[in-house]
Design a protein around this ligand. Structure first.
Ligand code: TXA
Ligand code: MG
Length: 321
């Protein structure tokens, strides 16, 4: 097996092999509906340490544990509040991560030393099949951050994973191909350790959806929790990202299709809806780098749907340089 071997035909056999590799301590990058994840056995400290090394991620940034079934939740979390169970029933499998009080299974090397743990059931057939195969051979859960180097744009295709990580992967590690991610931006992270759900990172599960399920107010205050995506200059391509200005000739340009392409600029994406905007955004930012563009101008979508997540990521992509 070569380093970071690519599996593009995810047959049942291939997925069994990938689950065995995870159990043996290897890293397996896999597709989810949000972005691709870089997976490791969430109970294996050495494998999890390799995630941090491959990503060049600071060790105190916690990881999300991915499981395949609601019944797995009780293994990883204690004292789960009713509103979290309501959210889980409504939106899992799906683009939502719940932060819950950790059980003893969730050790410091997963939680970054915090008393809470992030859990998600992804909605992607390959991810779910991999998680189920892993469970059949005794696996408890798969820790998986987005499969990019720390601070970079998250990958939404297996080619983007290979571009980010191949040189850092080892013999036995795998990259599973499952096509382009449908959602395109990372999951909504909801802190469920307080009285009411609190959004730590916006995503496809919107504030309105959370309120409609839990009937409780989504408060925004509270102590600061470490969320790596909340650092400045995250989700960033090499090109400089500029928001809502008139592009110069030679700039890359991303905007809804209703906005015409200014003369002399390279149109990188023209999505027809906010959902499509999210789906194509990260590939469009990557393509700016492939074309060696110095700057990419993005006209942000408006609205309170997934546009909130798009604006959140773009703000960070454009900051701190
Ligand atoms: O859509 C997603 O969530 C993707 C796919 C692969 O599932 N994963 C992802 O993981 O975006 P990552 O590690 O790139 O971002 C997860 C964020 C990090 O910013 C981390 O700090 C935060 O979740 N997080 C994880 N556990 C946490 C916890 N216990 N408390 C607060 N934040 C936590
Ligand atoms: Mg990430």
């Amino acid at each position: 097996m070569t380093a970071g071997q690519f599996l593009s035909h995810c047959s049942a056999d291939a997925l069994r092999q990938a689950a065995q590799q995870l159990k043996a301590g290897a890293l397996v990058a896999f597709p989810t509906e949000t972005v691709y994840g870089l997976g490791a056995d969430a109970t294996n400290p050495d494998s999890v340490a390799r995630i941090y090394a491959v990503k060049n991620r600071p060790a105190d940034h916690p990881l999300i544990v991915h499981v395949s079934d609601l019944s797995d939740l009780a293994e990883w979390a204690d004292d789960i509040p009713e509103f979290a169970i309501a959210l889980a029933r409504e939106y899992w499998p799906g683009p939502m991560t719940l932060i819950l009080k950790r059980s003893s299974l969730a050790q410091n090397f997963i939680t970054g030393g915090q008393n809470s743990v992030g859990i998600r059931i992804p909605n992607h057939p390959i991810a779910l099949a991999l998680l189920e195969e892993f469970k059949k051979i005794g696996g408890k859960g798969v820790a998986a951050p987005s499969a990019n180097r720390f601070g970079h744009v998250s990958p939404t295709t297996s080619d983007a994973v290979a571009e980010e990580l191949t040189e850092f992967l080892a013999t036995g590690d795998l990259i599973l191909d499952g096509g382009a991610s449908q959602v395109g931006v990372e999951s909504t992270i909801i802190d469920c350790t307080g009285e009411a759900p609190r959004i730590l990172r916006p995503g496809a599960i919107t504030e309105a959806m959370i309120v409609s399920t839990t009937k409780s107010v989504v408060t925004q205050e509270g102590e600061k929790i470490r969320v790596s995506g909340s650092l400045e200059n995250h989700y960033a391509p090499a090109a400089q990202v500029l928001l809502n200005i008139e592009p110069h000739s030679g700039d890359g340009f991303i905007a809804l299709s209703s906005i015409a392409t200014p003369a002399g600029v390279t149109r990188l994406a023209a999505p027809k809806s906010n959902e499509e905007f999210a789906q194509v955004l990260y590939e469009a930012l990557r393509s700016a780098d492939h074309k060696n563009l110095a700057r990419v101008v993005v006209h942000e979508p408006t609205g309170e749907d997934i546009a909130v997540a798009i604006r959140d990521r773009l703000k960070r992509a454009s900051q701190g340089r």
